[in-house]
Design a protein around this ligand. Structure first.
Ligand code: NAD
Length: 305
């Protein structure tokens, strides 16, 4: 069997970011300075890392960004006031609320308070509806990034069996809808699916968005399939590292240095069966921020169209 193609998310993200930077220049020439506001509540370390990375990428591409950092004790009402003021600001094109929010905050209410035209995460019901009905709108960054990757690497999905494992609002559902809109024959699987391997073995394109390390193994994959691994999980047990990454001194060394290594939802051994696959890290994850930047510029342009 020929060597599978590695779908290099870092390289594709660079292509997207270079194009976004050019679009930013074009907008600025028209007197439009695209701006993103990020609300980061409390001190969740992982959220802080993500937000810092988003703000840094904005700066690299010439997008103005503003970070609002209310304390953990902030109320839903106070956050609503914050969102409403951002909705009204002419200099803000995109509003992002970093999730998860503290348990006492009404996340759904807040996401619905964001103006759909500034909803760069694509989570507002209006944008969900636009995606469902095939209208232009802002689409969730991770699944939109997967579609960009497929398009840019000439992987045509038309008519093919695409199987998505996972039905979350953030990844699984919008991923399925995007694939359907691109004329794939889509099956959505989840934790209640009967005989999952029988379904996944039928997939020409298999997307795993589950959140379980190495869950999809070689017996679940059709030879020659395209494997898209959305999962980001951490292995903290040396035995698991040895099992999933045998004869891999680099990962072992990383594990010894950091005490954990990242793995997706697909067992790396299954990649050898594929025609193309996304590695973890360096696959789908790399695209999410690039698509957020792309959505911000899209929102800036659409609002003034
Ligand atoms: P989630 O927990 O909201 O959803 C998981 C889905 O997997 C559910 O729909 C559930 O039905 C399904 N599932 C769980 N166990 C299953 C099983 N045994 N068999 C079949 N289906 C099963 O998670 P999410 O937010 O959709 O994220 C999924 C993964 O993707 C996580 O690892 C997350 O870290 C990662 N993620 C990555 C990015 C990125 O930028 N690459 C973005 C978002 C999420």
């Amino acid at each position: 069997m020929p060597e599978p193609t590695v779908l290099d998310g870092i390289a594709i993200a660079s292509e997207i970011k270079a194009e976004v930077a050019l679009e930013v220049q074009g907008l600025k020439a028209r007197g439009v300075n695209p701006g993103l506001a990020v609300i980061l509540v409390g001190n969740v370390a992982a959220s802080e890392i993500y937000v810092r990375s988003k703000v840094k990428t904005c700066a690299e591409l010439g997008i103005f960004s503003e970070m609002l950092t209310p304390p953990e004790t902030v109320t839903t009402e106070e956050l609503l006031v914050m969102v409403q003021s951002l909705n009204a600001r002419e200099d803000i094109d995109g509003i992002l609320i970093q999730l998860p929010l503290p348990a006492h905050v009404n996340t759904k209410l807040l996401l619905e308070a964001i103006s759909p035209d500034k909803d760069v995460d694509g989570f507002h019901p209006v944008n969900v509806g636009r995606l469902q009905s095939g209208q232009p709108g802002l689409q969730p960054c991770t699944p939109a990034g997967v579609m960009e990757m497929l398009r840019r690497r000439n992987i045509d999905v038309t008519g093919k069996n695409a199987v998505v494992i996972g039905r979350s609002d953030i990844v699984g559902k919008p991923m399925s809808m995007l694939l359907l809109n691109a004329s794939a024959t889509v099956t959505i699987c989840h934790s209640r699916t009967f005989d999952l391997p029988a379904v996944t073995r039928n997939a020409d394109i298999l997307v795993a968005a589950i959140g379980r390390p190495g869950f999809v193994n070689s017996t679940m994959v059709k030879p020659g399939a395209v494997l898209i691994d959305v999962g980001i999980n951490r292995l903290t047990d040396a035995n698991d590292v040895a099992r999933f990454f045998p004869n891999n001194p680099d990962r072992e060394a990383l594990f010894l240095r950091r005490g954990s290594v990242v793995i997706g939802d697909i067992d790396p051994a299954a990649f050898a069966l594929s025609s193309a696959y996304t590695p973890v890290p360096g696959g789908v994850g790399a695209l999410t921020i690039a698509m957020l930047m792309s959505n911000t510029v899209k929102a800036a342009a659409l609002r003034r169209a």
